[in-house]
Design a protein around this ligand. Structure first.
Ligand code: UDP
Ligand code: MG
Length: 320
């Protein structure tokens, strides 16, 4: 198959040499069953084992394979983002390289997407990972993410997902944020669906994550929540910050006037009151100016948060 691929399969790879040949066979079987032009974009995230050599050998055997190389390990989110940048299809499917996701699920995800959704997320209902360190934290995190973002998805951490390409190309992601793509986009009006997918135990290689991921995911959740609100209306955040200082300023000024009527403060008291009032006034003006600057930055950079993404989603082509 030559020409423009319709579907791009994006796979982040970090030390997965023993999984890649079988993965590639499974992806080929699944994608050929769809009968549509496709490509596989493997992103080697600075693997220290022979993953890159295996990928290059696979590429020699199949021109539909493309390999993006990182000079050092940059993390799964960065690998996915690079894959999005290089993907040429109008549909992008992501999956892990460790064979835990089952490529045989790809056709069902694509079919669901073409019913008119913008994102289809895989849901590992029967997950084959440890309970205490993986499944339980994941369950709690999914609940919390749903609560904070208002977008309820059973399994945000499942990499097996299908996207309309325009959507992922326009969302900046970093740190551990690939899991928030549905929540970030749904907040902007994207239509998100879920499909139950198969999940298998890891046979070769080791998981790259421990329980430490939980803190990073929580911090990312906080960052996303605050940034999406902040970049929408920075001045109102600063106004909130200014409010207590401004209140204190006026209360003190009134108190100062009032004591003056009743005989006044001594010289030291008056000096202290003046200093305090000037500091408060400066804080208020300073924060207010910062707020205005932030408002200008947001306006100039065109990042209006959810508002603008909504326009983007509305302009997207719908349906198959
Ligand atoms: N991965 C990556 N860079 C990293 C860590 C992981 O590209 O720094 C890839 C890894 O090769 C795998 C996927 O991301 O394809 C998921 O990693 P892993 O299986 O370790 O995560 P888990 O399934 O245990 O959550
Ligand atoms: Mg895994």
């Amino acid at each position: 198959m030559s020409g423009q691929p319709e579907i791009s399969v994006v796979v982040p790879v970090y030390d997965e040499e023993d999984n890649l040949p079988l993965l590639q066979r499974e992806v080929t079987t699944a994608m050929e069953s769809l009968g549509r032009p496709y490509e596989c974009v493997y992103v080697d995230d600075g693997s220290r084992d022979g993953s890159l050599q295996v990928l290059l050998a696979l590429r020699r055997a199949d021109p539909r394979i493309r390999v993006v190389e990182f000079a050092r390990n940059a993390g799964q989110t960065a690998a996915l983002a690079a894959g999005f940048d290089h993907a040429r299809g109008r549909i992008v499917v992501t999956l892990d390289a460790d064979l835990q996701n089952d490529p045989a699920d790809i056709p069902a995800l694509v079919a669901k997407l073409e019913e008119g959704f913008d994102i289809v997320a895989g849901w590992r209902r029967e997950r084959h990972d440890g309970f205490v360190l993986r499944k339980l934290p994941s369950k709690l995190a999914n609940r919390l993410i749903a609560l904070v973002t208002g977008v309820s998805i059973h399994d945000t951490g499942c990499t097996l997902k299908a996207f309309r390409a325009e959507l992922v190309r326009n969302l900046p992601i970093y740190a551990e944020q690939h899991r928030f793509l549905p929540a970030m986009s749904a907040g902007s009006g994207a239509r998100v669906a879920e499909v139950v997918v198969n999940h298998r135990p890891r046979i070769h290689g080791r998981s790259k994550y421990g329980i430490g991921r939980a803190t990073r995911v929580l911090l990312d959740l906080l960052a996303i929540r605050m940034l999406s609100g902040f970049s929408h209306r920075p001045l109102s955040y600063f106004a909130l910050l200014v409010a207590p200082f401004a209140t204190l300023f006026f209360a003190l000024a009134l108190a100062h006037e009032w004591t003056r009527a009743g005989g006044g403060l001594d010289a030291d008291g008056a000096r202290a009151a003046l200093v305090l009032l000037s500091v408060l006034a400066m804080v208020v003006v300073y924060f207010f100016m910062l707020g205005l600057l932030a408002e200008l930055v947001v306006k100039a950079s065109g990042m209006h948060g959810p508002g603008e993404a909504r326009v983007l989603v509305k302009q997207m082509e719908r349906g198959p």
